[in-house]
Design a protein around this ligand. Structure first.
Ligand SMILES: [Zn+2]
Length: 269
């Protein structure tokens, strides 16, 4: 998300908005204030909070909040440049450039909210601290107060903002920690390794995204079932935990142990 933010910050603020919309009915989550109130206003740029992008107007009256979820993509097109026929959301700027949100998925999950700054603050109040700002003592404090398995804990935006399931896989592999390890069982060395892995992996991801690398080059563990671990060569394994699929190296992370599936449906049965 930080790579999107940097790429879009200058172009969205270059011209005032000429036309807001169209928007897919499943994508636009708010109707008041109406989208048309954006027209004629200029955006101040792009800010980021966790996995959400915020585009405030420069008069301080409105905030456009964007959550891309898994399949949403943002694209800036120059005047006259051809784009997808039916984007999920579009902003057209004076001069003809366009910001488009597309989502190549059957079920539309990405969302756009047009909010007052107060309402936006309310939406974001439940988010935890940004993952890339946490040092080892701050992380230790979080882990001590929330006894849970590491993979779901890292993904919980209320606890730490900015890590999805792919980066949970990458970070835990880099930290050599089991995705099933309990947060309260980590010793000081392990907490320090996790804090370092969070910072290093997120900055590695950002650098690769800025160099326009795709998922295949960016991820080393996520979605790499059966591929050799880049550290030890052991085939990467996969385990289902609740509704999520976790990827890990059984050599580097679990001391040779293969983790057992714990699907939600099985837990409920
Ligand atoms: Zn390994």
């Amino acid at each position: 998300m930080e790579a999107w933010r940097r790429a879009l910050d200058a172009p969205v603020s270059a011209f005032p908005i000429a036309k807001a919309g169209p928007a897919h009915i499943a994508t636009l989550k708010t109707f008041d204030p109406p989208l048309a109130t954006l027209q004629g206003r200029r955006l101040r740029g792009v800010e980021r909070r966790g996995k959400r992008l915020l585009l405030p107007t420069d008069d301080g009256e409105l905030v456009l909040l964007v959550h891309l979820m898994t399949a949403g993509r943002l694209k800036m097109l120059g005047a006259g440049e051809n784009g997808p026929k039916q984007p999920a959301f579009a902003l057209e700027f004076a001069g003809g450039s366009r910001l488009l949100l597309t989502e190549n998925a059957k079920k539309k999950r990405a969302g756009v909210w047009l909010l007052t700054p107060e309402a936006a603050e309310g939406e974001l109040a439940h988010l935890g601290p940004e993952a890339d700002t946490l040092d080892a003592p701050a992380l230790a404090e979080i882990l001590r107060n929330d006894s849970r398995r590491l993979h779901p804990l890292l993904r919980d935006q209320r606890v730490i903002a900015g890590i999805g399931r792919a980066w949970s896989n990458e970070i835990l592999h880099a930290a050599k920690l089991s995705p099933y390890a309990l947060s309260t069982d980590l010793d000081d060395d392990e907490v320090a390794r996790l804090a370092t892995a969070m910072r290093d992996e997120l900055s590695r991801g950002l650098a690769l995204r800025e160099a326009a690398a795709g998922d295949d080059r960016t991820y080393r563990v996520h979605n790499k079932l059966g591929k050799p671990c880049h550290v030890c060569g052991t085939p990467i394994a996969r385990v289902d935990f609740e509704e999520h699929t976790i990827y890990y190296c059984p050599q580097c992370q679990t001391g040779g142990r293969v983790l057992k599936d714990r699907r939600m449906s099985r837990l409920l049965r």
